[in-house]
Design a protein around this ligand. Structure first.
Ligand code: NCD
Length: 307
């Protein structure tokens, strides 16, 4: 059902498609555990174009292709391709489209993934477009919620941090709304969730409340989803300095939270989650990062039609 399709935004998915992705990811997770040899991407080449820093997204996509017997060509920094010589994204994509069967792209500009898709005949997967969307992260977040909580609806989720610039929360809030959940938004006032995203979640029937007090929020949350202040999106370093460190999740906060609360974070963390929380059994962020592998295997297999 996703064969030949681009993956650009979480807004494109129906619940039926999401179930297919999560189910396929589960199958790949067991196959990985059993060390099965997988050939889904045999003779296919995946181009991995990262014009912004990345550890998890790039390496898990490339590992996903390799685990499925595909091959990978990659650009891992903006200075490493002819974009540094002034080539446009459109020309770069038109070129790569002639080499590879699937194009994964991360770019600092919002809308860049759509622009890439407009210039490619092969499927384009958005691995993060500026402050826009990060749909594959939201899919692995959804998979993580299902595994940690055993369900995808009827949950109260607190989104904490830089909700203005964080693309992962923009993508995730749409999916959570689709399944009928309650969202609490906690951020410094200057980093609030864009109103159109709040409006969209409400229009989908989700209750969204903004509360400034993190302790009150965690007391009624099943999940706390923490994000980093997105330093690279600030034009003025002084503004970054004034908001960084304005929230920290530590064991003192967990003690005030609903028992069994799950702590998620797309990573990288800077200092918004104290390392003491790593020992807490509800700290799911490294399990979450590992879930990126089967979920991205599922996406590559589905868009290539090799399933
Ligand atoms: C996120 C991103 O790049 O948007 N990282 C990731 O892909 N796991 C979050 C971030 O950079 O803060």
């Amino acid at each position: 059902m996703l064969t030949g399709r681009d993956i650009l935004t979480t807004r494109q998915f129906t619940r039926e498609e999401l179930s297919a992705i999560l189910g396929t990811a589960e199958g790949f997770e067991s196959a990985l555990r059993e060390r099965k040899a997988l050939k889904n991407l045999e003779n296919l080449v995946v181009a991995s174009l990262f014009f912004e820093p990345s550890t998890r997204t790039r390496l898990s996509f490339e590992t996903a292709a390799l685990r499925l017997s595909g091959r990978v060509v990659s650009v891992s920094e903006a200075g490493g391709s002819s974009m540094a010589k002034g080539e446009s994204l459109a020309d770069t994509i038109r070129t790569v489209d002639g080499y590879a069967d699937i194009i994964v792209v991360r770019h600092p500009q919002k809308g860049a993934a759509q622009a890439a898709a407009d210039n490619a005949s092969h499927p384009v997967i958005n691995a993060g477009d500026g402050t826009g969307q990060h749909p594959t992260q939201a899919l692995l977040d959804l998979y993580t919620i299902l595994k940690e909580k055993g369900r995808l609806s009827g949950l109260t989720l607190t989104l904490l941090g830089d909700l203005k610039n964080g693309r992962t929360v923009h993508s995730l809030s749409y999916l959570m709304a689709l399944y009928g959940n309650r969202m609490i938004l906690v951020s410094p006032p200057s980093l609030a969730m864009p109103p159109e995203i709040v409006a969209e979640a409400r229009a989908a029937g989700t209750e969204v409340v903004e509360i400034p007090d993190v302790e009150a929020a965690v007391a009624e949350s099943d999940i706390i989803y923490v994000t980093r202040v997105q330093r690279e999106r600030f034009a003025d370093p002084a503004e970054y300095e004034s908001v960084k460190g304005s929230y920290v999740v530590d064991m003192r906060l967990i003690a005030r939270a609903k028992p069994g609360v799950t702590v998620m974070h797309p990573l990288p963390r800077v200092d918004e989650i104290a390392t003491e929380v790593d020992e807490y059994e509800g700290a799911a962020y490294f399990r979450q990062a590992h879930n990126g592998l089967p979920v991205r295997m599922a996406l590559l297999a589905l868009v290539s039609g090799r399933i």
